[in-house]
Design a protein around this ligand. Structure first.
Ligand SMILES: Nc1ncnc2c1ncn2[C@@H]1O[C@H](COP(=O)(O)OP(=O)(O)OP(=O)(O)O)[C@@H](O)[C@H]1O
Length: 257
């Protein structure tokens, strides 16, 4: 059985005058430790899918099974990382990264030590007593990653976590997040508009189509790219080939709309 199974998900948004089918007949599964990306044109339902996986919205139909249990029993073990870091400005970095543990009643000497070690591993040693405004955007996103991992989530949902960063910081963070998730064998689902980012970080890429939002095609990243760090993937021939393939598929989707 797969670690994450999405079964027959259907979701519509209702307003007094309109019904929008954001997702229709979505089925896919993710293995433990696998990294998948959701890509596709604007409005194809990527964010809706992630909101369903996080338990923030209930799908109109269908189910999500994580580690053999329904999502309702697992929402506490989902980690969510967004475009904005959402660190509390009046709390220090240490207080921010321990907040999730505190809220979940999981703060202990051991869990605190683990979180501070992770902060060190991610290159943020020495900023514990500083406030978010004293850190750069990239450093704040790294702190947000530590806060997300501190609760030891079973699955990490990443909603365009690098899109607000400058290009150089983004590439560096892609490497860092990739290495960290690999080291901790975390299962992750990334939503991104950046095909290059999807190829360089993922095992598989799920291309969604719009109107109605649906899963159009799944691409498997070649084995030889999966062992490399994201930055190095970008210079490989297999990367360019897959980029072209996904790009053409996206163009054909746009032309058929
Ligand atoms: N709260 C809402 N109420 C009504 N319609 C919504 C709502 N949220 C999203 N939609 C509609 O559902 C569809 C899917 O939206 P969603 O935001 O999931 O797509 P997306 O792929 O994440 O888009 P983008 O790439 O632009 O962020 C769109 O047609 C959108 O207009």
């Amino acid at each position: 059985m797969s670690f994450l199974t999405v079964e027959n998900i259907h979701h519509s948004y209702f307003t007094p005058k309109t019904v929008t089918t954001a997702l229709k007949d979505i089925n896919f599964s993710v293995e433990k430790g696998e990294f998948i990306s959701l890509v596709g044109p604007s409005g194809c339902g990527k964010t809706t899918m992630l909101s369903i996986l996080s338990g923030l919205i209930q799908p109109t139909q269908g189910s999500v099974i994580i580690d053999g249990q329904s999502l309702d029993n697992q929402v506490r073990s989902i980690g969510y990382m967004l475009q904005q870091d959402y660190l509390f400005p009046w709390k220090t970095i240490e207080e921010n990264i321990l907040l999730g543990l505190k809220l979940k009643n999981k703060l202990s000497i051991e869990s605190k030590q683990k979180s501070l070690e992770l902060l060190k591993e991610i290159g943020l040693e020495g900023v514990e007593k500083q406030y978010p405004r004293q850190l750069s955007g990239g450093m704040r996103q790294r702190a947000a990653l530590v806060r997300t991992l501190a609760i030891n989530p079973k699955i990490l949902l990443l909603d365009e976590p690098f899109s607000a960063l400058d290009y150089q910081t983004k590439l560096k963070l892609e490497d860092l997040v990739f290495e960290t998730l690999k080291a901790y064998q975390k299962t992750a689902v990334l939503v991104t508009h950046d095909i290059g980012e999807a190829i360089s970080m993922s095992d598989r890429i799920l291309l969604f189509a719009a109107k109605p939002g649906r899963l159009h095609k799944i691409f498997t990243v070649p084995e030889q790219l999966r062992e490399l760090r994201p930055f190095d993937v970008r210079s490989k021939e297999e990367y360019s080939t897959l980029f072209q393939e996904i790009w053409k598929e996206l163009e054909s989707l746009e032309n058929s709309e």
